[in-house]
Design a protein around this ligand. Structure first.
Ligand code: PMP
Length: 391
């Protein structure tokens, strides 16, 4: 096939997406006003699909820390840590992350995606086996694939299905790596971590949990779902991102295993890419301080999550059984969901359209992510806009 012909499929997909009005993959926010408001096509739009869970992107202390780092350390690091050296700020953020998770080791990556590729490819090779939750994020799938390990999926959030897989592996269950998320990003449901930890112990496996969407939102200290379930100290590898609740960019892994320090020597997504810029490290670090210092942010987030969940449910929408910082409204057929998404955007509410094959099942969803920075009034506006277009 000629090299460029393969884009015919992408062109068809784009045409279909555009036919409903706006292309949901190409919304341009002409001006960002706050963590929850942007100007889209001249309209003030409530942002209800940002993952900006704690509203940290406009936090004055984070902005100040970023500015100071820019002035004192420059705009970029211009290379990877292995070749060009680390800035003290990289090491200091790693130390603080280790303290936060109460684990002896932590390392940072330039993105959450790179963290998952970097850790999985370092941990696993052709002779290893990974048991992966079927709804895991693309970065976890990609990391597994790049590692060359044998990968078996188990049914989403189903410890019974995981146990069957472990039994089928026989002795191979020993030493295999189980990979899950904390809060799943599309439907907003949580992993049964305590049951999975129990299985890991019984079969002698290792457990990696991606807390990308749960960092700062769950657990007494805000470490995530594993902390909330009381099993954080039994997790082998906690990975996550700085791009959501911390409002910055970058990824991390924390672990009780000293081998994490050796990942630095073998992990290509760590070695062959530039390290995070000083401003990014500084805003991340300050956001981590704010997260620890201000539990009221988490309280505001949960108040808003409950308000939105109750409001949408009352209006007859199909939402998950529990309030969650991620609320996915099930809408059935693709075209109907796309039309609904367009109506909402025109009414000044931006959500995320999730249609098959990007959604975890055959349904389409409008995914809302709630922020601590949403006002009560904004949450009511979102509910109103949904209700108005309900037919
Ligand atoms: N893991 C999960 C579960 C995610 O949802 C995401 C981002 N959507 C990532 C990893 C990647 O994080 P980043 O955006 O920092 O690359």
């Amino acid at each position: 096939m000629p090299l460029l012909n393969k884009f015919d499929t992408a062109a068809r997909i784009r045409k279909n997406l555009e036919s409903g009005g706006h292309d949901p993959t190409h919304v341009v926010i002409d001006r960002i006003v706050s963590p929850t408001v942007g100007i889209v096509e001249g309209r003030r739009t409530i942002l209800a699909g940002t993952n900006n869970y704690l509203g940290m992107t406009f936090d004055p202390a984070c902005i100040e820390a970023g500015k100071r780092a820019l002035e004192n350390q420059g705009t970029g690091t211009t290379g990877s840590r292995m070749a060009n050296g680390s800035f003290a700020a990289h090491a200091s953020l790693e130390q603080d992350l280790a303290d936060f998770f109460q684990m002896p080791h932590a390392m940072i990556f330039s993105t959450g995606y790179a963290a998952n590729l970097g850790i999985l490819t370092a941990l696993c090779g052709a002779n290893d086996t990974v048991l992966l939750d079927a709804d895991a994020h693309a970065s976890l799938y990609d990391g597994c694939q790049m590692s060359g390990a044998k990968v078996f999926r188990f049914r989403h959030n189903d410890p019974g299905s995981l146990e069957k897989r472990l039994q089928r592996l026989g002795d191979g269950g020993q030493d295999c790596l189980i990979v899950i998320e904390g809060l799943y990003s599309v439907l907003g449901d949580c992993a049964p971590v305590a049951e999975i930890v129990d299985l890991k112990h019984r079969y002698g496996a290792y457990l990696l949990i991606d807390e990308a969407h749960s960092l700062g939102l769950f657990g007494e200290r805000g470490c995530g779902i594993a902390e909330q379930a009381g099993v954080l100290d039994q997790i082998d590898f906690v990975v996550g991102t700085f791009s959501k609740s911390l409002g910055a960019m970058g990824g991390f892994c924390a672990s009780p295993h000293a081998e994490l320090e050796l990942v630095r020597y073998v992990s290509r997504p760590f070695i062959f890419t530039a390290s995070s810029s000083p401003a990014t490290v500084a805003t991340t670090h300050e956001a981590l301080r704010q997260l620890r210092k201000r539990p009221e942010l988490r309280e505001a987030l949960w108040r808003n999550a409950k308000r939105l969940h109750t409001g949408l449910k009352k209006r007859g929408f199909l939402v998950g059984p529990q309030p969650s910082p991620v609320i996915a409204v099930q809408l059935g057929e693709k075209r109907k969901a796309a039309a609904f998404w367009n109506h909402l955007l025109e009414a000044g509410v931006y959500t995320n359209l999730m249609i098959p094959p990007a959604s975890p099942d055959r349904h389409s969803y409008l995914r809302c992510s709630v922020s601590a920075a949403h006002t009560e009034e904004q949450i009511e506006c979102i509910i109103e806009a949904f209700g108005y277009h309900h037919s």
